[in-house]
Design a protein around this ligand. Structure first.
Ligand code: HEM
Ligand code: MG
Length: 231
C-alpha cells in the first residue's frame, strides 16, 4: 500500500478533524476525502493510529448525518456546526466567527505554547488549554454553544491527540509530534513517531479524561437535553 504523505489536491476535500485528514493525507482513507463509509473509518483508524473502534463509532455514525448519502460521508461536510463540530476548538475558529473548517495558527497557538519548559504535552496541559480556549471563545463569540455535549466531545478530542501522537497509557505526547499532526496533518514518522503499540480504547481515553477533569473548571453556558446515543 502507498501510505506516504501527500498534500491534498485542489479537488480533494478535508474536514475540521486533524485525525481523519491525516488518515486521508496518508492514503488510509481515500485521498479525495469523499464517499467514506463507517468501516473505512474504523479500519483506517486502527491501521494508521492503532485506535480501536469503540471510541469513534459514535462519531462515525453521527458523521453520516452530515450529508444525504445513506452509508457514506464526505470529509468537508463534517464542518456542519453542532452535529459534531463545536466551538472552542483547538485549531479551528468558531463557526459564528467565520471559518470552522481550516487549520488556524492563531487559534492553535494556545495549544502550541502550552506546557512551557518541557518538550511534551500531557493531560494536565491539555485540560488547561481546554479552559483557555473556552475562555477565549466566551469572550469573543456571543453565539457560542457550550453544553455538556461540547465538553464531552472536546475532552475526547484532547485524549485523541495525546494518544495518537504519544503514549496512550500515560497521555504524554512529544510537542513536536502533536504540532506536526495539527499543522501538517502528517504522521511524523521521519521525526521518530511510531504507531502506538497499545490500542487506544474508551478505557485508555477514560484514564486521560479523568486526569483532565480534575483540572477542569468547566461550567455550561446553556443547558441541553440528554442525548440518547445507543441501546
Ligand atoms: C475534531 C482527532 C476520528 C469528526 C478532532 C480533533 C481531534 C480529532 C484532535 C480536535 C480538533 C480541534 O479541536 O481543532 C481524531 C482522531 C480520530 C478522529 C485521532 C481517529 C480516527 C473522527 C471521526 C469523526 C471525527 C470518526 C466523525 C466521522 C471530527 C469533527 C471534528 C473533529 C467533526 C471537529 C470538531 C471541532 O473541533 O469543532 N478530531 N478524530 N473525528 N473530529 Fe476527529
Ligand atoms: Mg470547531
Amino acid at each position: 500500500d502507498d501510505h506516504e504523505w501527500r498534500a491534498p489536491s485542489a479537488t480533494d476535500v478535508r474536514s475540521p478533524c486533524p485525525g481523519l485528514n491525516t488518515l486521508a493525507n496518508h492514503g488510509y482513507l481515500p485521498r479525495n476525502g469523499k464517499n467514506i463509509s463507517i468501516p473505512m473509518m474504523l479500519d483506517a483508524a486502527l491501521e494508521g493510529f492503532n485506535l480501536g473502534p469503540d471510541s469513534i463509532i459514535q462519531a462515525a455514525k453521527f458523521g453520516l448525518l452530515s450529508g444525504d448519502a445513506p452509508t457514506t460521508l464526505d470529509l468537508d461536510a463534517l464542518a456542519l456546526h453542532s452535529l459534531i463540530e463545536h466551538d472552542a476548538s483547538l485549531s479551528r475558529g468558531d463557526f459564528a466567527l467565520g471559518d470552522n473548517l481550516h487549520f488556524n495558527e492563531t487559534i492553535f497557538s494556545t495549544l502550541a505554547n502550552s506546557n512551557p519548559g518541557v518538550d511534551y504535552y500531557n493531560a494536565s496541559s491539555a485540560s488547561l488549554v481546554q479552559n483557555q480556549r473556552l475562555a477565549i471563545s466566551l469572550a469573543t463569540n456571543p453565539n457560542i454553544t457550550n453544553t455538556l455535549k461540547e465538553i464531552e466531545i472536546r475532552t475526547r478530542e484532547s485524549g485523541f491527540y495525546l494518544s495518537v501522537m504519544g503514549d496512550p497509557l500515560t497521555g504524554v505526547a512529544p510537542k513536536k509530534f502533536v504540532q506536526i499532526f495539527f499543522r501538517e496533518e502528517r504522521l511524523p514518522i521521519a521525526e521518530g513517531w511510531r504507531r502506538p503499540n497499545v490500542t487506544i480504547t474508551v478505557a485508555t481515553l477514560g484514564t486521560i479524561a479523568d486526569i483532565m477533569s480534575t483540572l477542569s473548571n468547566w461550567t455550561a453556558t446553556q443547558e441541553c437535553e440528554d442525548l440518547v446515543l445507543g441501546p
